[in-house]
Design a binder for this molecule. Structure first.
Ligand SMILES: *Cc1c(COP(=O)(O)O)cnc(C)c1O
Length: 476
């Protein structure tokens, strides 16, 4: 029901006192012809109306949300508080540098911390999302080759296990995409890589751990192959949760990296924003980073523009309030807390994986460790009893658990990708394990039941494609 349908003429939230100043008569051209169509409702009904809708939404604040490749972890509320301090929210991006030294210090210090975490020489905070960070980083790569390469470098190599944004960003940046197959261990096939790499290679885009939650052990060899051919190495660091504070992309041979502050560094996400996708790079790419950058001279902070820069990739200085949350998060966790959080993320994923493996098939074989996430393949289950990954995901909704990522990565059929994150307790994981085992039992005793799930949700089985492409919005 819409709030407008709850209207009762004359009902109000508050009584505003008649002002004791004379009425000012506005020019008639400024006046609307009819009264504004506003709901008339009491405050309590207004509150219940919106809290009612809020309680139907599944979010990390009310349910376990193991959405792989998304790091839906709990974000400490104190970081929101820091981002809402008036000293930060009441400033304007066009204010003079001398007025906003505190804000510049936050940007500078956050960049320093991210440099240390990624093992890079320089950082730009400006991009507004992971994919935009990818695009900006590819533009750095383009600028670098323009200046340094003897041959035109038009190709970006992307493994078949890559996140979908990688080839999309590369295409948008004007590159041709070259796919490289995975080997039987789901890593990059080195022979395949050697075949496609050459003097037209601009870069290889890779993530480690891969989107399958597996650590790419050949990373040094991969780095050598690409660098020898004159290409650069790009790290998709959207999900740094598995490694932050433990190992660094810069030490693995990567030249440029993007991070998602709205996954790993304490900004809640889902639903489209706000986000932030900083990029870090090695010295050789530093001068091409987006303008402006914050520099420190003595004890003062300034904006600095480099003439070699690829230019701006967003308005003003990026999503400043997201920086504050990331900054507060990093400072509160500190040098001990950051690696501990990564280790717990990996421990939780392994606990879940090992406990599900007697019923479900994980794509890396039994008793092998995963990183912060893992992928189940329900291919056999679908063949044997007709219950698909989609059916199991829908059953989880009835168990009050947000479904994991489904049908991704594309190289695994009937995929369910779980990422529990470090913020979940053993008790929560045990509830999820029991839920998955119960679903397994039902699937085998009554597969029909699974096809009909969810039974408790408002919307049950929409046509997923139509719902995404041409949604029909209505209210219930
Ligand atoms: C989320 C994600 C991205 C894209 O980030 P956006 O902020 O959604 O653009 C890129 N790569 C990986 C591995 C991701 O998980």
């Amino acid at each position: 029901m819409l709030i407008f349908e709850k209207t009762k003429q004359g009902r109000k939230c508050t009584e505003i006192k008649k002002p004791n100043v004379d009425k000012y008569n506005l020019d008639a051209s400024f006046l609307r012809e009819n009264d504004a169509n506003l709901p008339e409702i009491a405050e309590i009904d207004l509150v219940r109306h919106y809290s009612g809708y809020a309680s139907q939404a599944k979010g990390v604040d009310n349910v376990f949300y193991p959405l792989g490749s998304c790091t839906m972890k709990y974000n400490p509320k104190v970081n929101e508080e820091v981002a809402s301090l008036k000293g930060f929210t009441n400033i304007h991006p066009l204010q003079d540098e001398s007025d906003v030294q505190g804000a510049l210090e936050v940007m500078y210090t956050l960049s320093e911390r991210l440099k240390e975490i990624t093992g890079m020489d320089d950082v730009s905070l400006q991009p507004f999302a992971g994919a935009q960070g990818e695009y900006a980083a590819l533009k750095l790569i383009e600028a670098y080759h323009k200046e340094n390469s003897k041959t035109p470098r038009t190709k970006i190599i992307v493994p078949d296990s890559a996140h979908g944004t990688n080839p999309a960003s590369a295409r948008l940046a004007g590159y041709e995409i070259i796919n490289v197959k995975s080997n039987s261990d789901y890593g990059v096939d080195l022979d395949e890589l050697k075949k496609v790499v050459g003097d037209d290679t601009a870069a290889l885009m890779l993530t480690n751990p891969t989107t399958l939650g597996l650590f790419e052990k050949n990373i040094k060899k991969i780095s050598d192959i690409v660098h020898k051919a004159g290409g650069l190495l790009y790290y998709d660091g959207a999900n740094l949760n598995a490694i932050m504070g433990v190992i660094r992309p810069g030490d693995m041979g990567f030249d440029v990296v993007h991070l998602n502050l709205h996954k790993t560094f304490s900004t809640p996400h889902g639903g489209g924003g706000p986000g932030s996708g900083p990029i870090g790079c090695k010295e050789i790419l530093s001068k091409y980073l987006p303008n402006p950058k914050v520099v420190k001279v003595g004890n003062e902070y300034f904006f600095n523009c480099d003439p070699s820069s690829i230019g701006k990739v967003g308005s003003f200085y990026g999503n400043f309030l997201v920086y504050l949350k990331a900054f507060a998060y990093i400072e509160t966790l500190g040098k001990e807390g950051i690696p501990m959080s990564a280790k717990l993320a990996v421990l939780n994923a392994n606990y879940l994986k090992f406990n599900l493996e007697d019923k479900y098939k994980a794509i890396n074989s039994k008793s092998k460790y995963c990183m912060h996430e893992f992928v189940l393949s329900l291919e056999d289950m679908k063949k044997e009893i007709g219950v698909s990954a989609m059916d199991v995901a829908k059953c989880l909704i009835d168990k009050n658990i947000h479904p994991p990522t489904m049908y991704f990565p594309l190289i695994v059929s009937e995929a369910l990708m779980f990422e529990p994150t470090e913020t979940e307790s053993k008790e929560t994981l045990d509830v999820a394990i029991k839920a998955m085992k119960d679903i397994y039992e039902v699937a085998h005793s009554n597969p029909e039941y699974c096809h009909g799930a969810p039974y408790k949700a408002t919307i049950k089985r929409p046509d997923e494609t139509t719902a995404a492409r041409t949604p029909i919005l209505k209210h219930v």
